[in-house]
Design a protein around this ligand. Structure first.
Ligand SMILES: Cc1cc2nc3c(=O)[nH]c(=O)nc-3n(C[C@H](O)[C@H](O)[C@H](O)COP(=O)(O)OP(=O)(O)OC[C@H]3O[C@@H](n4cnc5c(N)ncnc54)[C@H](O)[C@@H]3O)c2cc1C
Length: 189
């Protein structure tokens, strides 16, 4: 349907958080739909769960999230890489939307170290940038983690430099801005 006089649209998206605005962006850029409505009850987008104060601002890939199975990580990584492609392609105020850094998950004691050793073997093919760090290497990147620890207690980190801290509220605003810029479709708010 494309009868906007009667408030009818090809697609109506309910909610302008990071999810609704990402859908808007994908539909605007990659489909032949002609009219899209995005309904948001607040005056600004991304101000509820997607607001930077409502979440941990982590773009999850599934490599260091030890509650993710390999199967789940494959799916999450694919989606995260699409977000990275979008973020890296942004022009202008990039640094307000995301920052790149490093991340690690730490195993303390024999049992946790064994879990991370096994995880590394299972996940290294999917995540070639994932590294195993022993105590000396951890001390170089995060000295406070090692300071004051019992040297007899084994520790091991899985570490990666593919880490993005994202303000999902600002990302939502950017999705809307770029949906309007990159399409000739009719978008209604
Ligand atoms: C403590 C915590 C930490 C988290 N950390 C992370 C993290 O590190 N990384 C991560 O990826 N995720 C994290 N999350 C989850 C993440 O915040 C959410 O998955 C994400 O923000 C959801 O986005 P959304 O667009 O679905 O929801 P929202 O951002 O809440 O958007 C929904 C929108 O719908 C609108 N709306 C609702 N009802 C109506 C209506 N009737 N009419 C019109 N508009 C309506 C709202 O106003 C809102 O803007 C965390 C969550 C919590 C609670």
């Amino acid at each position: 349907m494309n009868n906007t006089k009667n408030n009818q649209y090809d697609v109506a998206i309910l909610g302008g958080g990071v999810v609704g605005t990402a859908i808007l962006y994908v539909l605007s850029k990659y489909t032949t739909l002609e009219s899209i409505a995005l309904l948001e009850k607040y005056p600004k987008f991304g101000q509820v769960n997607s607001n930077s104060r409502s979440n941990s601002q982590t773009l999850h890939f599934g490599d260091i999230e030890t509650n993710y199975t390999l199967e789940k990580a494959k799916v999450v990584k694919e989606a995260a890489e699409m977000v990275v492609k979008y973020l890296e392609g942004l022009k202008g105020k990039k640094s307000k939307i995301f920052q790149k850094g490093h991340k690690m998950v730490l195993g303390v004691g024999k049992e946790e170290v064994n879990i991370l050793e096994k995880r590394f073997e299972e996940f290294k093919k999917l995540f070639p940038n994932l590294k195993k760090l022993g105590v000396k290497e951890i001390a170089k990147v995060e000295p406070e983690v090692v300071k004051g620890r019992n040297p007899k207690e084994p520790i091991l980190a899985l570490y990666s430099e593919d880490s993005y801290t994202v303000d999902f509220g600002r990302l939502a605003e950017s999705f809307v801005e770029n949906s309007l810029k990159e399409t000739k479709k009719n978008i209604y708010f």
